[in-house]
Design a binder for this molecule. Structure first.
Ligand code: ADP
Ligand code: VHF
Length: 281
């Protein structure tokens, strides 16, 4: 379905994929989803776009490796699982992207690295170089040294918010956030059968935050709340985000084609501009 969403001028895109889209419920990696993601992102690079992937899944992949079906509460266990799973995940990405001739790289970040101007500049320069070379950097939080995203009692960030920070700092035109749900609803559809999909949102209000609940699966972490906080960060920097279902990551092609998929978070003036001149800056 074509809409008034015009993505023709999107030249740099950040894609965030959540654990629930990368793992089966039985704890095995969803190879079909990873393969489709690799194929699709390579397709975008081949079209001349610059792509950054923010991928969760380290802890989930680690749980699968060790044979756990329930996420342990102890931080040190989660960190050890992330350490196991991150290399597993990158091995699979490496294989799948290589099958399509696409080079990737690993970038593990912590919030303090991005807060501190000098290390932030190093990260920025490295990312620019990678993108300039046509490489897809695959970003995750460096879970072994960072606890802020793992322990949601003291939470500042998580990969939803990390992806927003990456999109803001890299001046991406669009952040595509893939989850296990079609978008942002008026309530959690797993609890509220009347919940309706919200197609477009210009601001994240207290009312929207009230409609956001927690994670839906054993593997997900932040739920809708962290996605809305990410959207608020994006809107504050006059950028765009689309929250969509990652069950079939090739949906990214449809999104880039301007189809009305998921929930579009877009500043109001940009949305009006789209109706006028059909362009996105
Ligand atoms: N208003 C809402 N709209 C959509 N999903 C919601 C809402 N509130 C809570 N959720 C839950 O958030 C889940 C997505 O977050 P999460 O489980 O953390 O996934 P991911 O691993 O993709 O980050 C949904 O499956 C749903 O259960
Ligand atoms: N860094 C953690 C991801 C934490 C996270 O934000 O997970 P998710 O809610 O699935 O995006 C990992 O790789 O397991």
């Amino acid at each position: 379905m074509k809409s008034n969403r015009h993505m023709d001028n999107v030249s740099r895109v950040v894609v965030k994929i959540g654990t629930s889209s990368l793992m089966h419920a039985n704890g095995k990696l969803n190879l079909r989803a990873i393969d489709q993601l690799s194929y699709t992102l390579t397709g975008l690079v081949n079209e001349g776009k610059q792509v950054i992937l923010v991928s969760s899944g380290a802890i989930g992949a680690g749980m699968g490796r060790v044979g756990l079906t329930k996420r342990p509460e102890q931080i040190q266990k989660q960190q050890a699982l992330a350490s196991i799973g991150q290399s597993e995940l990158m091995t699979v990405y490496q294989q799948r992207f290589a099958a399509y001739g696409q080079q990737i790289s690993q970038v593990l970040l912590t919030h303090d690295v991005l807060d501190y101007p000098q290390s932030r500049a190093y990260v920025h320069n490295t990312m620019e170089q990678l993108l300039d070379w046509g490489i897809i950097p695959i970003v995750n939080e460096n879970d072994t040294v960072a606890v802020d995203e793992l322990d949601h009692r003291t939470t500042f960030g998580d990969n939803d918010q990390l992806s927003a920070i990456v999109a803001v700092r890299s001046h991406a035109n669009l952040l595509i956030m893939l989850s296990d749900i079609d978008g942002f609803y008026t309530g959690n559809p797993h609890q509220d059968t009347e919940a309706k999909l919200i197609r477009e949102l210009h601001e994240v209000t207290d009312d929207s935050l009230k409609r956001a609940g927690g994670a839906g699966t054993e593997f997900g972490t932040g739920g809708m709340m962290t996605k809305l906080k990410a959207a608020a960060e994006i809107l504050a920097h006059h950028q765009m985000m689309i929250l969509a279902n990652g069950a079939n990551p090739s949906i990214i092609f449809n999104i880039m084609n301007g189809e009305e998929i998921g929930t579009l978070f877009m500043p109001k003036d940009m949305s009006e501009g789209m109706d006028d001149d059909r362009t996105v800056e």
